[in-house]
Design a protein around this ligand. Structure first.
Ligand code: GCU
Length: 658
């Protein structure tokens, strides 16, 4: 069995700090983590952790005039000594890792004091881990990296050393909250709130020294299933008392518990609709139980009818979150965060921003991404998603000069901050993420959640430099393979924002009509004349009307709708000419051939790294690239054949369509 891979924290990453004399000043569990990091690094690289005498680096946690953010830090110089100051342990930890990422430059570059603070107060990873192994979903729902690092044999693992290493990785990139269990809460998982609580305490103890608070996903039916009450009606006093008592017990055990995550009235999960109540009633009963302790409820907006009929063209899954939640703006308690999937459908390779983000100015909103590659290649495909998240976080729902999505999540627009959340891609695989290169998505999520203005290619290079140091040829090859890989994946899969076309249930590999006649509301409506979903106000589902200006009008017209989202918003003939100048049908052929060619090039570039990266990494990635190319071939051929047959229009370039 392979040792666990160090990811972006190999011993070599600590050389610049570890070869110096370093003093750490301050108290508390997170400062102790910094001290332990320095001790390990200096032992490895010949420096020293010193209490007094001259030092090359001082890491100081102490009160500072004017500073109020315990996660902020200031880097500067005192004479020839580099200094990091913070008022809280987390700030010191983040400052330490900032220096680690900078390497030697931290000691030779600019000397002026520079303050760094996270742009988002909440930077959270949700784990879809089950305590018990689910018969269909396995242990980690939509997990592609093996079993859970938290649970084994129906309980929290006795040995939490993997969790300790994981918490260290997350702390180094500034993640400060973790949801410990799947949003689909089964009977075994429900017990985390009560019977298994002592085990949750153990997990909280592992995360705390890295500045991370833990959350639990809870079931709305818990007062019935765990409490034995006849109802879970949020307005019933006995239900309210049950949540209050249960929550008080959690805080007695875990004083810094973050709060709850909840998926209600969605895909079969229980919720307030059963009692004729709305989602504000539901969220507020949990919020009031958490409020005395400073806890937050993350209430998911992923609510839609999953029993649709494709013949009914007026029901539109994309509309659902806005239809349910926008009318409730202002009705949620201050410690409720409505957690909105970034796109209106479901984590596709390409979607527009969810219109909910611009529709609830009096509600704290969190934007949710998926680091786990459910619809983007199951961590068998190289698909570097950081550019996608960067694009969405930087999107301006109200147009130029107005706030971005990141501003909304950070509380810089109207309501106070909600946060940035993502579904984790980690499991008990020795590489953490199945595909060794998918570690970069985890790293990149943390970095963008800290500062969404970072350039994705710079974040990628940071990850490469830490993980595979010292060989410029390796760095260049990895950059080439990974940088454009999201767009490559988009090219060989579902075209122009139409989405899905994946194998039902599994969500891997092509099945163009896989969901076309199903109940899930995910249709492309291809027929002999054209393809795409008419979501206009003029002739379609009216979804475009859920956006504010200017996007409600830009999306409404094919003249102004961006090419990459055309089929999300419009049903067009195959001969429709895109802004790029090519027809829709020709675009489908061209991108599928191009995407496939790009995967072939990726594999060739990777092959050149034999002997330059560790053998186990080389072998794992080589095998996965074989699968990616096989799968991309299948995608190319199935999509091209399907649309050739439907449209009757041949490829203008006369290539063989298999
Ligand atoms: C997707 C995914 C489910 C998951 C759901 C969610 O639909 O396929 O497995 O439970 O998202 O976000 O709740």
């Amino acid at each position: 069995m392979l040792d666990v891979h160090p990811a972006w924290l190999p011993a070599s990453a600590f050389r610049s700090v570890g070869s110096r004399r370093v003093r750490v000043v301050g108290d508390g569990p997170v400062v102790a983590t910094v001290r332990a990091e320095v001790a390990a690094a200096t032992a490895e690289h010949g420096g020293a952790l010193v209490d007094d005498g001259p030092a090359d680096l001082e890491l100081v946690c102490a009160p500072e005039d004017g500073e109020t953010d315990p996660e902020a830090f200031v880097v500067g110089r005192a004479g020839r000594t580099a200094v990091v100051r913070a008022i809280g342990g987390p700030g010191l930890l983040y400052g330490f890792h900032h220096l680690v990422r900078q390497g030697e430059a931290a000691f030779t570059g600019e000397a002026g004091p520079q303050r760094h603070a996270p742009r988002q107060p909440v930077r959270m990873l949700d784990h879809w881990d089950n305590v018990a192994v689910h018969p269909v979903m396995g242990q980690v729902e939509r997990g592609y990296s093996g079993g859970s690092i938290f649970y084994a044999d129906g309980v929290v693992r006795a040995d939490l050393s993997r969790v300790r290493s994981y918490a260290r990785l997350l702390g180094s990139i500034g993640v400060n909250r973790v949801g410990l269990n799947n949003v689909n809460v089964g009977p075994a998982e429900a017990g985390l709130l009560t019977d298994l609580l002592p085990d949750v305490v153990r997990l909280a103890e592992v995360f705390r020294p890295h500045g991370i608070r833990v959350h639990l996903s809870v079931s709305f039916a818990a007062p019935v299933t765990l409490g034995g009450l006849p109802t879970a009606d949020p307005l019933d006093p006995a239900v309210r008392d049950w949540w209050a008592r249960t929550t008080a017990d959690v805080y007695a055990a875990i004083p810094d518990f973050g709060g709850y995550v909840i998926k209600a009235d969605s895909e079969g999960q229980p919720g307030p609709f059963a009692y004729g109540r709305d989602h504000a009633d539901g969220a507020n009963v949990l919020a009031r139980a958490l409020a005395p302790f400073g806890g937050t409820v993350f209430w998911r907006a992923f609510v839609y009818d999953h029993h649709q009929d494709w013949r009914d063209r007026s029901t539109d899954r994309a509309r659902a979150a806005h239809d349910h939640f926008a009318p409730l703006d202002g009705a949620f308690d201050p410690n409720v965060v409505v957690q909105v999937k970034a796109g209106p459908m479901d984590f596709q390779a390409r979607e527009p921003l969810s219109p909910v983000v611009a529709a609830m100015p009096r509600t704290r909103l969190a934007v949710e991404f998926q680091v786990t590659q459910e619809y983007t290649g199951h961590q068998k495909h190289v698909c570097h998603l950081v550019p996608q998240w960067r694009e969405m976080l930087g999107f301006r729902p109200w147009g130029e000069g107005e706030p971005t999505v990141a501003d909304v999540a950070a509380g810089r627009a109207a309501a106070p901050a909600g946060g940035v959340v993502a579904v984790s891609n980690v499991g008990d695989d020795p590489f953490w993420t199945g595909h060794p290169l998918a570690q970069a998505n985890l790293f990149g999520f943390g970095r963008l959640a800290w500062d969404e203005r970072l350039a994705p290619e710079a974040v990628l290079d940071e990850w490469i430099g830490l993980t595979y140091p010292g060989d410029p040829a390796v760095c260049q090859a990895l950059h080439e393979i990974m940088d454009g890989s999201w767009l490559t994946y988009e090219r060989y899969t579902a075209p122009l924002g139409v989405g899905f076309m994946v194998r039902p249930g599994l969500h891997y590999g092509p099945a163009v009509d896989g969901y076309e006649y199903s109940r899930w509301g995910t249709y492309h409506f291809a027929d002999r004349d054209g393809v795409g979903v008419d979501r206009t106000r003029a002739t379609g589902t009216g979804f475009t009307g859920q956006y504010p200006a200017p996007w409600r009008d830009r999306y409404e017209s094919t003249d102004t709708c961006p090419d990459e989202l055309l089929l999300f918003f419009h049903h067009v003939p195959y001969g429709h000419v895109l802004h790029s100048g090519t027809t829709v049908i020709q675009h489908i052929y061209d991108t599928h051939f191009a995407g496939h060619d790009e995967v072939r090039r990726m594999a060739a570039t990777w092959a050149g790294l034999e002997g330059r990266v560790p053998a186990e990494v080389f072998d794992r990635v080589t095998g996965l690239l074989v699968e990616q190319l096989r799968c991309a071939t299948e995608w190319r051929d199935q999509v091209n054949t399907y649309f050739w047959r439907k449209s009757g229009v041949p490829d203008a370039r006369g290539r063989t369509i298999h």
